[in-house]
Design a protein around this ligand. Structure first.
Ligand code: GCB
Length: 608
């Protein structure tokens, strides 16, 4: 049943995603907005709990989305955005406003703007990089639509709805957690709310290039596969030119009646993208004199037995897990500067790979990874126990997956799409994830599919570790999280552990680690000290290095991150302390253990 649902589109009024927003003509709406906190959703529901924006004549007095102003002194209007407090976009609200630190609920955002430039025949869209978790969007008092899911972009067409002056956009953002949601109510990270990524008005031609895929054909460094989607009244029979000047490529393709075009372009002597040489070509797409540029790397990717081959060469994924958080500033990471900081630390650690846990990170991460030569694992928030039998939950997860792939499919850095993290084995769970895998492979024939699974001590054994998950059959890389020495015994236990992995596939340990408060020193037997964490890394790395199929690790985690689950006073204080770097940017001892291991692994693999 789930498989049938997979082919249906997600029905929350969402319009097809426009990709490569960064390189399109746009007006940023980033900056200072106004906000109203509305825990009872008074602006959304009336006192009979009827949804106001579905009423033919919603009350001016309380319907916040109308952005109404009293016309005379006797009129009752119980809100005033212009007199309300300021808030920055993009940013979560929790890290900006002390009173909203723990807040989970509805907040109304308001921004006034002029738009004088709309030229004849052009179309405008309002674009949101992400809003956590649900967003109801209104322009000049009229509803544009609703979006569900906190980490993926969305846009609504607003052609003909803009005035030269006096426009205002109002968004109700609601980060209430829910059992049926993705993620569900239970996570080990902060539920940052708000307009957490860029907001823009994007202007395009009447008929325009909405989406495209430009990547090497599977296992073939001599052919580039291109597909293009044109959107607009004249979408059929349109010619799109694809130029890659650096590779002497100038090709054309023509759209069918659906506005879709496909072609394969022969390429000679391409400089392939790799972590050692992250070469990006300028790609120029032209349709009807409208130019869209991008920077695209080309590399091949496959697995062969236990090997992961990038451009035909075996690699070891020297990785680290990362949350989308800037602990130094506080709050969700969103900017290019945040990406440079986080990925710069990963580089310093000796990484050629990062696991962007546990949800799609902002687009800057994959773009900066492309530039720095860092391979990426990208993931959807199918985390722990979600409602496997609920079709809405499936549609939601599926939609987040397709939006993630749509956005980042032209980034050479992205090599793995991950379906889930630590999900409990059951038939319903496996069907759910198999169906997600099927979609992923249809959308992207090149990238590898994985999921962070769990391991167990084999029944009847003292310390033999097994992965008993039928999903292993369906993934390209067997990845699992393991915390021997932290949640399971002490680091000593690593000395006798053995892993029994039945598949001849590459294996990745997607998490291991333990908490240490930076600056807390003591014996290696004392929990929460840097020495304990250091010893845990020493013992874990020795243990894992014995797994014959091991082709990568992404220890948990680059930096300490906020989590409401972590309440131990004077140690955690609301932070998960498994970071190798503290929220002050200071490195803990374990950082250097991993750095040494990666130096060794680099030498080992460079010999190949
Ligand atoms: C895990 C989860 C991760 C947690 C981590 C921990 O297995 O995947 O989200 O933060 O363990 O610190 O317990």
């Amino acid at each position: 049943m789930l498989i049938m649902l997979a082919s249906k589109s997600y029905s929350f009024g969402q319009e097809p995603q426009i990709i490569n927003i960064e390189n399109r003509a746009s007006l940023t709406l980033n900056g200072i907005w106004k906000y109203v906190v509305d825990p009872y959703q008074t602006g959304y529901y009336d006192y009979r709990r009827e949804v106001r924006d579905q009423q033919s004549n919603p009350s001016n007095s309380e319907s916040l989305f109308l952005g109404y102003k009293p016309q005379n002194p006797s009129e009752r209007v119980e809100y005033d955005f212009e007199k309300s407090d300021n808030i920055l976009v993009p940013r979560d609200w929790n890290s900006q406003k002390e009173k909203l630190f723990y807040y989970e609920g509805s907040v109304w955002y308001y921004k006034a703007f002029d738009y004088a430039g709309a030229s004849n025949g052009n179309r405008q869209f309002i674009y949101f990089g992400a809003a956590n978790y649900e967003a109801d969007v209104y322009l000049n008092g009229k509803k544009l639509g609703k979006h569900i899911g906190g980490f993926t972009p969305f846009n609504f067409e607003i052609t003909g709805k803009l005035n030269p002056t006096g426009n205002f956009v109002i968004v109700k953002v609601d980060n209430t957690r829910g059992l049926e949601k993705v993620p569900t109510i239970n996570t080990d990270w902060w539920n940052y709310g708000g307009l957490t990524r860029d907001v823009k008005i994007v202007e395009v031609a009447g008929t325009f290039i909405q989406d495209y895929y430009i990547q090497l054909a599977p296992n073939d460094s001599k052919n580039i596969e291109v597909s293009v989607t044109i959107n607009g009244a004249k979408k059929a029979n349109q010619t799109v030119t694809i130029e890659i000047p650096g590779a002497n490529i100038n090709a054309k393709c023509t759209t069918d009646s659906e506005g879709k075009a496909k072609t394969t372009i022969a390429a000679k002597n391409l400089k392939l993208w790799s972590p050692d040489n992250p070469y990006l070509y300028e790609v120029i797409l032209t349709h009807d004199k409208n130019i869209l540029t991008d920077k695209v790397g080309f590399r091949t990717l496959q697995t062969q037995g236990k090997e992961i081959l990038v451009n035909g060469k075996p690699v070891f994924l020297r990785g680290i897990s990362i949350h989308e958080e800037n602990g130094i500033r506080g709050g969700r990471a969103y900017s290019r500067e945040d990406a440079v900081m986080l990925l710069g630390w990963a580089k310093e650690l000796g990484c050629n790979f990062v696991r962007l846990a546990h949800y799609p990170h902002n687009e800057n991460m994959a773009r900066v990874a492309d530039e720095l030569g860092i391979m990426v694992w990208s993931e959807v928030p199918v985390y722990w126990t979600i409602q496997w039998k609920n079709p809405d939950t499936y549609n939601n997860a599926h939609n987040q997956l397709t939006d993630m792939i749509t956005r980042d499919k032209n980034r050479a850095s992205v090599i793995i799409w991950s379906m889930a993290n630590e999900t409990p084995v059951s038939t319903d769970r496996t069907e759910f994830l198999k169906s997600m895998i099927k979609t992923t492979r249809q959308m992207d024939p090149v990238r590898l599919v994985s999921a962070a699974l769990e391991r167990h001590t084999k029944a009847g054994s003292v310390n033999t570790q097994v992965i008993e998950d039928p999903l292993q059959e369906y993934v390209d890389i067997i990845a699992f999280n393991q915390y021997i020495g932290w949640y399971d015994g002490l680091p000593e236990k690593c000395k006798t552990a053995e892993f029994e992995i039945k598949y001849d596939k590459p294996v990745m340990v997607s998490e291991f680690g333990g908490d240490a408060l930076q600056g807390n020193h003591g014996s290696k037997d004392a929990r929460w000290t840097e020495e304990f964490q250091e010893d845990l890394y020493v013992e874990t790395l020795k243990m894992l290095d014995k797994i014959p199929q091991l082709r990568g690790i992404t220890p948990w985690i680059l930096a300490d991150f906020r989590s409401p689950r972590r309440v131990l006073p004077n140690i955690q204080d609301g932070w998960n302390r498994k970071g190798l770097i503290s929220e002050t940017g200071d490195k803990k001892k374990a950082f250097f253990v991993l750095q040494d291991f990666y130096k060794m692994k680099k030498v080992e693999y460079d010999k190949n």
